[in-house]
Structures are given as C-alpha cells and as structure tokens.
Design a protein around this ligand. Structure first.
Ligand code: NAD
Length: 256
C-alpha cells in the first residue's frame, strides 16, 4: 500500500534501520538507505533490497553528526514521503567521567540530526500533501538508566521534538510519532555485552538474562521486524489520527 511513496531511513545499513527499511519495502515503498560509510557493501545492500522487493532503492552516504550532511541527505533524495530518523550511537559511563566528545556526538547523531532532516522534509511533505515522520526513540526516551546520560537525554529530547513536529503539522495529512523499542539484539546492543560481562563479572548468557532482559518483563528481545512492522502501521490509514505520541515495543519495560 506504500507503492509510489519514498521512505528515507537514516542509519539503515544495519540493525533496526535496516529492519524498518525492509518492512517498508515489503509494503511497496521505494527506499533511500543511509549511513556515514560509502562502501561497496552499502550499495550492494541497496541492490539486494531492490531486487528482493521490486522497489527502487538508493544508498546515500551522509554523516548524521553533521548538520549540513543531514540536510543534504533529504535534498539529494528528491522525494520524502516517509522520514525515519533512526541513526544512533551509545556510550556508557558515569557523568563525571563521561567524555565530552561522546556527549556531543550522541546529542548530534541521536537528536540534532532529526531536527535537521525534519526541517528539510516537512516542506517536501507539505508539497506532496502527505507525510509520515517516524522517530526511533527508545524505552530510554521515557525512562532512565544510570551511566547513559547522553543517550537518555537525547532520546527524551527526540520524544519532545516528535510532539512539536506533530503540533506544527496537526492540520495537515502529516503525522509525527516516536517508536520506543526496549532491547533489540542489534550491533549497538552486542557491543555492550563484553563491557557488561566485565563490569558484572558475568557470562554472556547472564548479562543477557539478568542485566538486559531483566528490564524487559517479557524476557525476550524485541525484533527489528517488530519495530519495522510498527513503522508500517504508522504509515497506514488506521494511524491517520495517531500523532505526537510514542509507541513502545518493549515487552512491558515501561509498564514496570
Ligand atoms: P546499530 O548500531 O545496528 O545501528 C545504528 C545505525 O546508525 C547503523 O546503520 C549505523 O551505521 C548508523 N550510524 C551511526 N552513526 C552514524 C552517523 N554518524 N551517520 C549516519 N549513520 C550513522 O544499532 P540499532 O540498535 O539498530 O540502533 C538504531 C536505532 O535504534 C538507534 O537510534 C538506537 O538508539 C535505537 N534503539 C535501539 C535499541 C536496541 O536495543 N538495539 C533499543 C532502543 C532504541
């Protein structure tokens, strides 16, 4: 049902971004994939998705830590019916030791990039008379954990930006919502496992069960397909009046 629509997904050469892009392609959307790299693998991934789903897919390199790259990505895409702000990084450290450059990078990539892409995308959506802004926030957009100051601040920030975007587009056929996943086993989570094993003197299995999924009452990771399916739902007519809100895909984390 998304035939003829173009979806731009930031940070979509792995993990949740790739999962969301894949589900949107299954629903018929043309895609613009993105990351900060520009490797043969990135372009091969675009070709693979195009041939598997019979849609147009382009890969555009742009560094979401840079305002001008964020804005150029949307301009270069030429069309933007669906904007998924997904690019994100993590760093874990207590506030006094939190490296300033990590704070700046997380705020830039996880929060400011969405402001820049949205600023360029909204006039394009208005011209087309339809649009969807989907921000990939996190359970950490609604609640906190120690040692994740920048990430939690950025994710709370993007929930706020989502609300403002929704209010500024409320009278138009444009919606803006945030999806708040709990733990999804992607590279960003994989990278935290060795540190948590060291910090807690635990096995990989115990870190997953007792540290990570202890927050998730379902006891299971959410999947990239489930986050992607939620994005597809937000693009459907059933979601026309859903705007300015968050949808949790977190196995009950934020109900605790
Ligand atoms: P990931 O590391 O697999 O994906 C991150 C993506 O962002 C990659 O494609 C990476 O190339 C891209 N990226 C990183 N820096 C970039 C930059 N400067 N410019 C452009 N692209 C850049 O991790 P993921 O789990 O798929 O994370 C995707 C989003 O989902 C993030 O915003 C993350 O905070 C959020 N999220 C993840 C989880 C989880 O448990 N995995 C939970 C909640 C929210």
């Amino acid at each position: 049902f998304l035939g003829g629509k173009t979806a731009i997904v930031t940070g979509s050469n792995s993990g949740i971004g790739l999962g969301v892009a894949t589900e949107l392609a299954k629903a018929g959307a043309d895609l613009v994939l993105n990351s900060f790299t520009d490797s043969p693998d990135d372009h091969a991934l675009a070709e693979k998705l195009a041939s598997e789903h019979g849609v147009h897919v382009r890969y555009i390199q742009a560094d979401m830590s840079k305002a001008e790259d964020c804005r150029a990505l949307i301009e270069m895409a030429g069309a933007c019916d669906i904007l998924v702000n997904n690019a994100g990084i993590q760093h874990v450290a207590p506030i006094p030791e939190f490296p300033v450059e990590k704070w700046d990078a997380i705020i830039a990539i996880n929060l400011s990039s969405a402001f820049h892409t949205t600023a360029v995308a909204l006039p394009i959506m208005r011209k087309a008379g339809w649009g969807r802004v989907i921000n990939i926030a996190s359970a950490h957009g609604l609640t906190a954990s120690p040692f994740k100051a920048a990430y939690v601040a950025a994710k709370h920030g993007i929930v706020g930006l989502t609300k403002v975007t929704a209010l500024e587009t409320a009278h138009e056929a444009i919606t803006a919502n945030a999806i708040c996943p709990g733990y999804v086993l992607t590279p960003i989570v994989e990278k935290q496992i060795p540190d948590q094993m060291k910090a807690n003197n635990m096995s990989r299995e115990d870190v997953i069960a007792k540290v990570m999924l202890q927050r998730q009452p379902s006891g299971q990771f959410a999947t990239v397909e489930q986050v992607g399916g939620t994005a597809v739902f937000l693009c459907s007519q059933a979601a026309d009046q859903i705007t300015g809100t968050t949808i949790s895909v977190d196995g009950g984390w934020t109900a605790l």
